[in-house]
Design a protein around this ligand. Structure first.
Ligand code: AMP
Ligand code: MG
Length: 444
Protein backbone atom coordinates (compact mmCIF):
# COMPACT_ATOMS: atom_id res chain seq x y z
CA UNK A 1 0.00 0.00 0.00
CA UNK A 2 1.34 3.38 -0.95
CA UNK A 3 0.48 5.76 1.83
CA UNK A 4 2.85 8.65 1.23
CA UNK A 5 1.76 10.93 -1.62
CA UNK A 6 4.48 11.80 -4.11
CA UNK A 7 6.60 14.77 -3.17
CA UNK A 8 5.81 14.43 0.51
CA UNK A 9 8.90 13.49 2.45
CA UNK A 10 8.61 11.86 5.80
CA UNK A 11 11.10 12.33 8.57
CA UNK A 12 13.38 9.52 7.60
CA UNK A 13 14.65 8.01 10.81
CA UNK A 14 12.66 8.96 13.84
CA UNK A 15 11.85 5.47 14.93
CA UNK A 16 9.72 4.41 12.01
CA UNK A 17 9.54 0.68 11.71
CA UNK A 18 8.95 -1.50 8.73
CA UNK A 19 5.96 -3.19 10.33
CA UNK A 20 3.16 -1.11 11.85
CA UNK A 21 3.43 -1.13 15.62
CA UNK A 22 -0.14 -0.06 16.22
CA UNK A 23 -2.80 -2.22 17.78
CA UNK A 24 -5.93 -2.25 15.62
CA UNK A 25 -9.24 -1.83 17.44
CA UNK A 26 -11.99 -2.01 14.82
CA UNK A 27 -11.03 0.49 12.10
CA UNK A 28 -9.05 2.50 14.61
CA UNK A 29 -5.40 1.87 15.37
CA UNK A 30 -3.76 2.64 18.65
CA UNK A 31 -0.23 3.41 19.70
CA UNK A 32 1.36 4.41 16.38
CA UNK A 33 4.86 5.74 15.83
CA UNK A 34 5.20 9.38 14.88
CA UNK A 35 6.05 8.41 11.30
CA UNK A 36 3.07 6.05 11.01
CA UNK A 37 0.70 8.66 12.38
CA UNK A 38 2.08 11.32 10.00
CA UNK A 39 1.71 8.96 7.06
CA UNK A 40 -1.94 8.20 7.87
CA UNK A 41 -2.70 11.89 8.29
CA UNK A 42 -0.97 12.92 5.07
CA UNK A 43 -2.80 10.20 3.20
CA UNK A 44 -6.12 11.52 4.49
CA UNK A 45 -5.38 15.23 3.93
CA UNK A 46 -6.62 16.42 0.51
CA UNK A 47 -4.87 19.08 -1.54
CA UNK A 48 -7.42 21.91 -1.54
CA UNK A 49 -8.88 23.42 -4.67
CA UNK A 50 -7.72 26.46 -6.56
CA UNK A 51 -8.67 30.12 -6.31
CA UNK A 52 -7.58 33.05 -8.45
CA UNK A 53 -6.19 36.07 -6.67
CA UNK A 54 -4.35 39.27 -7.47
CA UNK A 55 -0.64 38.64 -8.00
CA UNK A 56 -0.05 41.78 -5.96
CA UNK A 57 -1.27 39.91 -2.87
CA UNK A 58 0.05 36.47 -3.77
CA UNK A 59 3.32 36.44 -1.80
CA UNK A 60 3.66 33.21 0.17
CA UNK A 61 0.88 31.41 -1.72
CA UNK A 62 1.42 28.15 -3.59
CA UNK A 63 1.05 28.39 -7.36
CA UNK A 64 -1.55 26.04 -8.85
CA UNK A 65 -0.85 26.53 -12.57
CA UNK A 66 1.98 26.45 -15.08
CA UNK A 67 3.22 29.89 -16.05
CA UNK A 68 4.13 29.81 -19.74
CA UNK A 69 5.52 33.02 -21.15
CA UNK A 70 3.38 34.93 -23.65
CA UNK A 71 6.05 37.62 -23.97
CA UNK A 72 9.71 38.03 -24.83
CA UNK A 73 11.82 39.82 -22.22
CA UNK A 74 13.45 42.14 -22.99
CA UNK A 75 11.44 42.49 -26.19
CA UNK A 76 14.52 43.61 -28.22
CA UNK A 77 18.27 44.20 -27.81
CA UNK A 78 18.61 47.20 -25.52
CA UNK A 79 21.26 49.25 -23.80
CA UNK A 80 22.43 48.28 -20.30
CA UNK A 81 24.09 51.70 -19.79
CA UNK A 82 23.76 55.38 -20.45
CA UNK A 83 26.29 56.11 -23.22
CA UNK A 84 26.75 55.78 -26.98
CA UNK A 85 25.69 53.07 -29.42
CA UNK A 86 28.50 52.35 -31.88
CA UNK A 87 29.90 49.82 -34.33
CA UNK A 88 32.73 48.12 -32.43
CA UNK A 89 34.78 47.70 -35.64
CA UNK A 90 35.17 51.51 -35.83
CA UNK A 91 36.98 51.56 -32.51
CA UNK A 92 39.65 48.88 -32.89
CA UNK A 93 42.40 51.40 -32.10
CA UNK A 94 40.52 53.57 -29.57
CA UNK A 95 42.01 53.99 -26.07
CA UNK A 96 42.60 56.64 -23.41
CA UNK A 97 45.66 57.95 -25.27
CA UNK A 98 44.20 57.39 -28.74
CA UNK A 99 40.60 58.59 -28.57
CA UNK A 100 38.45 58.17 -31.64
CA UNK A 101 36.05 61.00 -32.46
CA UNK A 102 32.63 60.07 -33.95
CA UNK A 103 29.69 62.27 -34.97
CA UNK A 104 26.60 61.87 -32.76
CA UNK A 105 23.87 61.49 -35.38
CA UNK A 106 20.80 61.08 -33.17
CA UNK A 107 19.57 60.19 -29.66
CA UNK A 108 17.54 57.15 -28.53
CA UNK A 109 15.80 57.80 -25.21
CA UNK A 110 14.38 54.98 -23.03
CA UNK A 111 11.02 54.13 -24.56
CA UNK A 112 12.08 55.66 -27.93
CA UNK A 113 13.21 54.21 -31.27
CA UNK A 114 16.17 55.00 -33.56
CA UNK A 115 15.02 57.08 -36.59
CA UNK A 116 17.28 55.06 -38.95
CA UNK A 117 20.00 52.37 -38.81
CA UNK A 118 23.42 53.44 -37.54
CA UNK A 119 26.07 53.64 -40.29
CA UNK A 120 29.79 52.86 -39.99
CA UNK A 121 31.70 55.76 -38.43
CA UNK A 122 28.65 57.08 -36.50
CA UNK A 123 27.59 57.14 -32.83
CA UNK A 124 24.10 57.50 -31.31
CA UNK A 125 23.43 58.88 -27.84
CA UNK A 126 21.57 56.12 -25.94
CA UNK A 127 20.10 55.62 -22.48
CA UNK A 128 19.61 52.55 -20.27
CA UNK A 129 16.72 50.40 -21.49
CA UNK A 130 16.52 52.07 -24.94
CA UNK A 131 16.52 49.73 -27.98
CA UNK A 132 19.85 49.35 -29.77
CA UNK A 133 19.65 50.90 -33.26
CA UNK A 134 19.97 48.50 -36.17
CA UNK A 135 23.59 48.53 -37.32
CA UNK A 136 25.02 49.21 -33.83
CA UNK A 137 26.66 46.29 -32.02
CA UNK A 138 28.06 47.77 -28.78
CA UNK A 139 27.46 50.50 -26.22
CA UNK A 140 30.27 52.60 -24.76
CA UNK A 141 29.58 53.88 -21.24
CA UNK A 142 29.24 57.63 -20.87
CA UNK A 143 32.13 57.48 -18.34
CA UNK A 144 34.43 56.21 -21.13
CA UNK A 145 33.71 59.13 -23.47
CA UNK A 146 34.17 62.93 -23.79
CA UNK A 147 31.35 64.90 -25.41
CA UNK A 148 32.57 67.63 -27.82
CA UNK A 149 29.57 69.49 -29.32
CA UNK A 150 28.10 67.25 -32.08
CA UNK A 151 30.98 64.83 -31.68
CA UNK A 152 31.95 62.30 -29.02
CA UNK A 153 35.45 61.11 -28.20
CA UNK A 154 35.54 57.40 -27.39
CA UNK A 155 38.29 56.47 -24.91
CA UNK A 156 37.98 52.66 -24.92
CA UNK A 157 37.85 49.79 -27.34
CA UNK A 158 34.48 48.06 -26.80
CA UNK A 159 34.10 44.38 -27.34
CA UNK A 160 31.31 43.06 -29.53
CA UNK A 161 27.89 43.42 -27.81
CA UNK A 162 29.44 45.09 -24.76
CA UNK A 163 26.69 46.62 -22.55
CA UNK A 164 24.01 45.24 -24.90
CA UNK A 165 21.18 43.28 -23.27
CA UNK A 166 20.00 40.68 -25.73
CA UNK A 167 16.33 40.56 -26.60
CA UNK A 168 14.83 37.48 -24.90
CA UNK A 169 17.81 37.02 -22.55
CA UNK A 170 15.42 36.67 -19.60
CA UNK A 171 12.74 34.63 -21.38
CA UNK A 172 11.20 33.94 -24.77
CA UNK A 173 7.56 33.39 -25.78
CA UNK A 174 6.65 29.79 -24.83
CA UNK A 175 9.25 29.41 -22.04
CA UNK A 176 7.97 27.58 -18.97
CA UNK A 177 8.71 30.16 -16.27
CA UNK A 178 7.21 28.88 -12.99
CA UNK A 179 5.89 25.44 -12.20
CA UNK A 180 2.87 24.50 -10.08
CA UNK A 181 3.82 24.05 -6.44
CA UNK A 182 6.18 27.04 -6.38
CA UNK A 183 5.86 29.12 -3.24
CA UNK A 184 5.44 32.60 -4.67
CA UNK A 185 8.16 34.94 -3.47
CA UNK A 186 9.18 38.41 -4.53
CA UNK A 187 11.06 37.24 -7.64
CA UNK A 188 8.21 35.03 -8.83
CA UNK A 189 5.82 37.94 -8.56
CA UNK A 190 8.17 40.16 -10.55
CA UNK A 191 8.37 37.54 -13.30
CA UNK A 192 4.56 37.13 -13.25
CA UNK A 193 4.21 40.89 -13.68
CA UNK A 194 6.65 40.89 -16.60
CA UNK A 195 4.44 38.42 -18.46
CA UNK A 196 1.36 40.46 -17.68
CA UNK A 197 -0.03 38.00 -15.13
CA UNK A 198 -1.76 40.17 -12.56
CA UNK A 199 -4.19 37.36 -11.62
CA UNK A 200 -2.87 33.92 -10.66
CA UNK A 201 -4.27 30.57 -9.64
CA UNK A 202 -3.12 29.44 -6.19
CA UNK A 203 -4.19 26.74 -3.74
CA UNK A 204 -6.79 27.69 -1.18
CA UNK A 205 -5.77 28.23 2.42
CA UNK A 206 -7.41 25.78 4.81
CA UNK A 207 -9.72 27.13 7.51
CA UNK A 208 -9.03 25.66 10.94
CA UNK A 209 -11.67 25.71 13.68
CA UNK A 210 -10.01 25.73 17.10
CA UNK A 211 -11.78 24.43 20.19
CA UNK A 212 -10.58 24.26 23.77
CA UNK A 213 -12.27 22.00 26.27
CA UNK A 214 -12.39 21.58 30.00
CA UNK A 215 -14.51 22.67 33.00
CA UNK A 216 -11.41 24.18 34.57
CA UNK A 217 -10.71 26.56 31.71
CA UNK A 218 -11.40 30.28 31.67
CA UNK A 219 -10.74 32.78 28.91
CA UNK A 220 -7.50 34.75 29.42
CA UNK A 221 -9.29 38.03 30.12
CA UNK A 222 -11.47 36.54 32.91
CA UNK A 223 -10.55 36.30 36.58
CA UNK A 224 -9.28 32.81 37.39
CA UNK A 225 -9.45 31.35 40.91
CA UNK A 226 -7.08 28.70 42.16
CA UNK A 227 -9.16 25.82 40.81
CA UNK A 228 -9.12 27.20 37.30
CA UNK A 229 -6.67 27.26 34.43
CA UNK A 230 -6.37 30.09 31.95
CA UNK A 231 -7.02 28.72 28.48
CA UNK A 232 -3.90 29.53 26.48
CA UNK A 233 -3.88 26.77 23.87
CA UNK A 234 -6.24 28.53 21.46
CA UNK A 235 -3.87 31.46 21.25
CA UNK A 236 -0.88 29.23 20.56
CA UNK A 237 -2.81 27.12 18.04
CA UNK A 238 -4.15 30.18 16.19
CA UNK A 239 -0.61 31.52 15.87
CA UNK A 240 0.62 28.13 14.66
CA UNK A 241 -2.12 28.19 12.00
CA UNK A 242 -1.15 31.69 10.92
CA UNK A 243 2.52 30.69 10.79
CA UNK A 244 1.61 28.18 8.09
CA UNK A 245 -0.78 30.66 6.40
CA UNK A 246 -3.95 28.74 7.35
CA UNK A 247 -7.05 30.62 8.57
CA UNK A 248 -7.88 30.05 12.26
CA UNK A 249 -11.47 30.37 13.53
CA UNK A 250 -12.09 30.29 17.28
CA UNK A 251 -14.88 28.06 18.58
CA UNK A 252 -14.45 28.96 22.26
CA UNK A 253 -14.25 26.74 25.33
CA UNK A 254 -16.50 23.70 25.65
CA UNK A 255 -17.47 22.43 29.09
CA UNK A 256 -16.70 18.75 29.87
CA UNK A 257 -20.19 17.59 28.82
CA UNK A 258 -20.82 15.68 25.59
CA UNK A 259 -23.65 18.03 24.50
CA UNK A 260 -21.48 21.13 25.04
CA UNK A 261 -18.61 19.61 23.09
CA UNK A 262 -20.91 18.50 20.27
CA UNK A 263 -22.52 21.92 19.97
CA UNK A 264 -19.14 23.62 19.59
CA UNK A 265 -17.74 20.98 17.25
CA UNK A 266 -20.80 21.29 15.00
CA UNK A 267 -20.04 24.98 14.64
CA UNK A 268 -16.70 23.95 13.20
CA UNK A 269 -18.02 21.57 10.57
CA UNK A 270 -17.75 24.08 7.78
CA UNK A 271 -14.02 24.41 8.36
CA UNK A 272 -11.52 22.26 6.48
CA UNK A 273 -9.92 21.18 9.74
CA UNK A 274 -11.03 21.06 13.37
CA UNK A 275 -8.34 21.19 16.05
CA UNK A 276 -9.65 20.43 19.51
CA UNK A 277 -7.30 20.52 22.46
CA UNK A 278 -7.88 18.54 25.66
CA UNK A 279 -10.44 15.94 26.60
CA UNK A 280 -9.00 13.21 24.37
CA UNK A 281 -7.38 11.14 27.09
CA UNK A 282 -8.98 8.27 29.00
CA UNK A 283 -10.30 10.22 31.99
CA UNK A 284 -13.97 10.11 33.06
CA UNK A 285 -14.38 13.63 31.65
CA UNK A 286 -12.65 13.05 28.34
CA UNK A 287 -15.63 13.00 26.01
CA UNK A 288 -14.14 14.26 22.75
CA UNK A 289 -13.62 10.89 21.08
CA UNK A 290 -17.12 9.65 21.96
CA UNK A 291 -18.71 12.84 20.65
CA UNK A 292 -16.72 12.67 17.44
CA UNK A 293 -17.88 9.12 16.81
CA UNK A 294 -21.47 10.13 17.42
CA UNK A 295 -21.05 12.96 14.91
CA UNK A 296 -20.02 10.51 12.18
CA UNK A 297 -16.31 10.98 12.53
CA UNK A 298 -14.28 8.01 11.34
CA UNK A 299 -11.50 7.84 13.89
CA UNK A 300 -8.31 6.61 12.23
CA UNK A 301 -6.06 6.29 15.25
CA UNK A 302 -5.60 7.10 18.88
CA UNK A 303 -2.32 7.44 20.76
CA UNK A 304 1.13 8.16 19.34
CA UNK A 305 4.33 6.75 20.85
CA UNK A 306 5.79 10.13 21.71
CA UNK A 307 6.40 12.48 24.60
CA UNK A 308 5.03 15.00 25.08
CA UNK A 309 1.73 14.16 23.44
CA UNK A 310 0.66 10.50 23.60
CA UNK A 311 -3.11 11.08 23.74
CA UNK A 312 -3.70 12.29 20.21
CA UNK A 313 -6.60 11.28 18.06
CA UNK A 314 -7.24 11.84 14.38
CA UNK A 315 -10.29 11.25 12.25
CA UNK A 316 -12.32 12.41 9.29
CA UNK A 317 -15.96 13.52 9.48
CA UNK A 318 -17.58 11.46 6.75
CA UNK A 319 -20.35 13.89 5.80
CA UNK A 320 -18.12 16.94 5.31
CA UNK A 321 -14.61 15.57 4.85
CA UNK A 322 -13.43 17.76 7.73
CA UNK A 323 -10.19 16.50 9.26
CA UNK A 324 -10.34 16.38 13.05
CA UNK A 325 -7.36 16.47 15.34
CA UNK A 326 -7.94 15.87 19.03
CA UNK A 327 -4.77 17.16 20.63
CA UNK A 328 -3.76 16.61 24.24
CA UNK A 329 -4.56 19.54 26.52
CA UNK A 330 -1.23 20.26 28.15
CA UNK A 331 0.08 23.38 26.45
CA UNK A 332 3.42 21.93 25.30
CA UNK A 333 1.78 18.68 24.16
CA UNK A 334 -0.78 20.64 22.18
CA UNK A 335 1.88 22.82 20.53
CA UNK A 336 4.27 19.93 19.79
CA UNK A 337 1.58 17.66 18.35
CA UNK A 338 0.31 20.52 16.17
CA UNK A 339 3.84 20.86 14.78
CA UNK A 340 4.22 17.14 14.06
CA UNK A 341 0.77 16.38 12.68
CA UNK A 342 -1.45 19.37 11.98
CA UNK A 343 1.16 21.58 10.34
CA UNK A 344 2.28 19.00 7.73
CA UNK A 345 -1.37 18.29 6.89
CA UNK A 346 -2.13 21.99 6.44
CA UNK A 347 0.92 22.44 4.24
CA UNK A 348 -0.09 19.51 2.07
CA UNK A 349 -3.65 20.90 1.83
CA UNK A 350 -2.37 24.22 0.54
CA UNK A 351 -0.26 22.58 -2.13
CA UNK A 352 3.24 22.64 -0.65
CA UNK A 353 5.59 19.94 -1.91
CA UNK A 354 7.67 19.94 1.25
CA UNK A 355 5.60 19.71 4.38
CA UNK A 356 8.09 19.32 7.22
CA UNK A 357 10.06 21.72 9.34
CA UNK A 358 13.79 21.80 8.59
CA UNK A 359 16.01 19.49 10.64
CA UNK A 360 19.66 20.18 11.46
CA UNK A 361 22.29 18.08 13.21
CA UNK A 362 23.50 19.37 16.56
CA UNK A 363 25.71 18.18 19.41
CA UNK A 364 24.06 17.64 22.78
CA UNK A 365 25.40 19.81 25.60
CA UNK A 366 24.31 17.31 28.27
CA UNK A 367 23.40 13.65 28.54
CA UNK A 368 19.75 12.52 28.69
CA UNK A 369 17.97 9.35 29.79
CA UNK A 370 14.49 7.99 29.17
CA UNK A 371 12.54 4.76 29.04
CA UNK A 372 12.41 3.13 25.59
CA UNK A 373 9.10 2.91 23.72
CA UNK A 374 8.36 6.55 23.02
CA UNK A 375 10.09 9.15 20.90
CA UNK A 376 10.87 12.24 22.97
CA UNK A 377 10.86 15.76 21.61
CA UNK A 378 13.23 17.71 23.84
CA UNK A 379 13.04 21.51 23.82
CA UNK A 380 16.50 22.86 23.09
CA UNK A 381 18.20 26.18 22.47
CA UNK A 382 20.86 26.25 19.78
CA UNK A 383 24.24 27.94 19.77
CA UNK A 384 27.07 28.01 17.26
CA UNK A 385 30.04 25.85 18.31
CA UNK A 386 33.12 24.95 16.22
CA UNK A 387 31.26 25.61 12.98
CA UNK A 388 28.41 23.32 14.07
CA UNK A 389 25.50 23.58 16.48
CA UNK A 390 25.29 22.92 20.19
CA UNK A 391 21.84 21.89 21.47
CA UNK A 392 21.06 22.74 25.11
CA UNK A 393 17.89 21.40 26.74
CA UNK A 394 15.89 24.37 28.05
CA UNK A 395 15.34 23.13 31.58
CA UNK A 396 12.02 21.84 32.90
CA UNK A 397 10.59 19.58 30.18
CA UNK A 398 7.17 19.21 31.80
CA UNK A 399 4.39 19.35 29.23
CA UNK A 400 2.81 22.17 31.21
CA UNK A 401 5.86 24.46 31.06
CA UNK A 402 5.33 26.62 27.99
CA UNK A 403 8.09 29.09 28.88
CA UNK A 404 10.65 26.41 28.04
CA UNK A 405 9.28 26.49 24.47
CA UNK A 406 10.03 30.22 24.29
CA UNK A 407 13.61 29.65 25.44
CA UNK A 408 14.32 27.12 22.71
CA UNK A 409 14.39 27.28 18.95
CA UNK A 410 13.90 23.63 18.25
CA UNK A 411 13.05 20.10 19.34
CA UNK A 412 15.84 17.55 19.67
CA UNK A 413 14.79 14.05 18.67
CA UNK A 414 15.43 11.37 21.31
CA UNK A 415 14.70 8.24 19.23
CA UNK A 416 11.97 5.82 20.23
CA UNK A 417 14.10 2.86 21.33
CA UNK A 418 17.03 4.86 22.75
CA UNK A 419 17.44 4.89 26.53
CA UNK A 420 20.31 7.31 26.88
CA UNK A 421 22.06 9.95 24.85
CA UNK A 422 25.52 10.86 26.09
CA UNK A 423 26.84 14.39 26.21
CA UNK A 424 28.43 15.15 22.80
CA UNK A 425 26.07 12.88 20.84
CA UNK A 426 24.89 14.22 17.47
CA UNK A 427 21.12 14.45 17.28
CA UNK A 428 18.48 15.69 14.85
CA UNK A 429 16.94 19.00 15.88
CA UNK A 430 13.71 20.10 14.27
CA UNK A 431 13.74 23.88 13.90
CA UNK A 432 10.48 25.48 15.06
CA UNK A 433 11.58 29.11 15.05
CA UNK A 434 10.94 30.45 11.54
CA UNK A 435 13.34 33.34 12.20
CA UNK A 436 16.11 31.02 13.36
CA UNK A 437 18.14 30.78 10.16
CA UNK A 438 17.89 34.53 9.62
CA UNK A 439 19.04 35.36 13.12
CA UNK A 440 21.87 32.88 13.26
CA UNK A 441 23.91 33.92 10.24
CA UNK A 442 25.98 37.02 9.67
CA UNK A 443 24.30 39.53 7.41
CA UNK A 444 25.91 41.87 4.89
P1 AMP B 1 -6.72 17.10 29.40
O1 AMP B 1 -6.15 16.74 28.07
O2 AMP B 1 -8.14 17.54 29.30
O3 AMP B 1 -6.52 16.00 30.38
O4 AMP B 1 -5.89 18.34 29.92
C1 AMP B 1 -4.56 18.19 30.31
C2 AMP B 1 -4.06 19.44 30.97
O5 AMP B 1 -4.01 20.51 30.04
C3 AMP B 1 -4.88 19.95 32.14
O6 AMP B 1 -4.01 20.40 33.15
C4 AMP B 1 -5.62 21.11 31.55
O7 AMP B 1 -5.98 22.05 32.51
C5 AMP B 1 -4.63 21.66 30.58
N1 AMP B 1 -5.34 22.36 29.51
C6 AMP B 1 -6.36 21.85 28.79
N2 AMP B 1 -6.81 22.74 27.89
C7 AMP B 1 -6.05 23.83 28.02
C8 AMP B 1 -6.02 25.10 27.36
N3 AMP B 1 -6.90 25.41 26.42
N4 AMP B 1 -5.09 25.99 27.78
C9 AMP B 1 -4.23 25.69 28.74
N5 AMP B 1 -4.19 24.51 29.39
C10 AMP B 1 -5.10 23.58 29.05
MG1 MG C 1 -9.67 18.07 30.53
Amino acid sequence: MKIVPEGICLNASWGSQAQPTGVTVGAMREGLTVDEAQALILEAAPVLGVETISAFDAAGRVLAEDIISTRRHPPADCSAMDGYAVQAADLSTAGPETPRSLPVVYEVPAGGQAPRPLEAGEAARIFTGAPIPAGADAVVRQEDTRAEGDQVEILVRPSNREHVRSGGEDFEVGDRLIEPGAVLGASHLGVLASVGRTIVAVHQRPSVAILSGGDELVEPDRPADSGQIVSSNSYTLAAQCRDVDARPIYLGIAADRPEAIEERLRAGLRADVIVSSAGVSVGDHDHVRGVLEKMGCELRFWGVLMKPGYPLTFGVIKSTGTLVFGLPGNPVSSAVTFEQFVRPALRKMMGHNSVHRPVIRATLSEGMRKRPGRLHFVRVSLERQDGGWLAKPTGNQSSGVMTSMIQGQGLAIFPIEAESLEVGTEVDVQILDSEFFEQSERGF
